[in-house]
Design a protein around this ligand. Structure first.
Ligand SMILES: CC(C)(COP(=O)(O)OP(=O)(O)OC[C@H]1O[C@@H](n2cnc3c(N)ncnc32)[C@H](O)[C@@H]1OP(=O)(O)O)[C@@H](O)C(=O)NCCC(=O)NCCS
Length: 251
């Protein structure tokens, strides 16, 4: 999620985002066992299984993919991919809504791919640093440029907003509250205001492909900042990060 190509002197990390307590809604995430697979024109989007480690390693051993992630480097063996998958298996499935993405082929091109695993994608953190749930995605490089990430994200967000919800109080990034329309429908209950629920995503500023996927799915940029690259292999580099929000439909 941060670029390795931005040389620059180290500097103090930016202050943590100022937070505001809000009233909003939050999804009640079902366990993997209760999630129906999602079928799109060319994809099958299904819960993780421990047996996916080898297929996920094929994705996570590609440097062109991993350079855009928080770790920044490839998994050195299948055991590292297994550890990655465990973050989305029971009991941790209740804190995530992350999926394996299989390519089923393109009927219009007589391309029958028979369910090859091409991606790992979805909500990997229900409580991100911004306070909002965070979405992310990784796709094998052989499948880039075919509209598959956009096809995934459109189907994923539809499933996300269809989950049952509960009312909650949440501490969220103040900048996100400005984006969501602070002051609208304010609740005079102490300092707590009501805002529409949002889903967030974060990219490195030079990740033009990922920006396009987010924008095509309706996400809006709400903030960007530069900070020291936090990844072990990128000491003395800086990264410019951009945060996006997708607000709940009809809000
Ligand atoms: C980013 C990623 C998910 C995109 O997947 P994809 O299946 O190729 O995405 P799509 O084909 O749906 O859409 C990509 C769009 O970005 C455009 N694009 C690609 N590279 C671009 C670039 N460098 N600058 C601007 N636009 C770019 C494509 O032309 C396409 O737009 P179009 O549909 O208008 O032609 C994929 O490249 C990937 O997995 N990258 C590595 C991991 C990663 O970056 N994850 C996101 C971390 S925030």
């Amino acid at each position: 999620m941060a670029s390795p190509n931005l040389p620059g002197p180290p500097h103090a990390p930016p202050p943590a985002p100022s937070k505001i307590k809000v009233k909003t809604t939050s999804p009640i995430v079902p366990p993997n066992a209760d999630r129906a697979p999602i079928r799109t024109e060319r994809l099958l989007i299904r819960p993780f299984d421990a047996s996916d480690a080898e297929a996920v390693y094929q994705l996570r051993k590609q440097p062109e993919v991993m350079v855009w992630t928080l770790v920044g480097v490839v998994d050195k063996d299948v055991n590292e991919s297994r550890a990655f998958i465990e973050r989305f298996l029971p009991p941790k499935d209740l804190n995530t809504f992350n999926f394996v993405v299989e390519y089923l082929g393109d009927a219009s091109k007589s391309d029958d791919a028979d369910g090859v695993v091409i991606g790992a994608a979805g909500c990997h953190k229900v409580h991100s640093d911004s306070g909002w749930p965070e979405v992310g995605y990784l796709f094998r490089k052989e499948y880039w440029g075919k509209g598959l990430a956009t096809e995934f994200l459109r189907a994923f967000t539809k499933a996300w907003w269809a989950l049952p919800r509960r009312e909650i109080e949440l501490e969220v990034d103040a900048a996100s509250v400005d984006e969501l329309g602070r002051g609208k429908d304010e609740v005079n209950d102490g300092d707590v205001i009501r805002v529409p629920e949002a889903l967030m995503a974060m990219i490195e500023a030079s990740n033009g492909g990922s920006r396009k996927v987010l924008e095509k799915t309706g996400f809006k940029e709400y903030k960007s900042w530069t900070e020291p690259d936090s990844r072990a292999h990128y000491i003395n580099r800086q990264a410019t990060l951009v945060a996006f929000l997708l607000r709940a439909p009809d809000s």
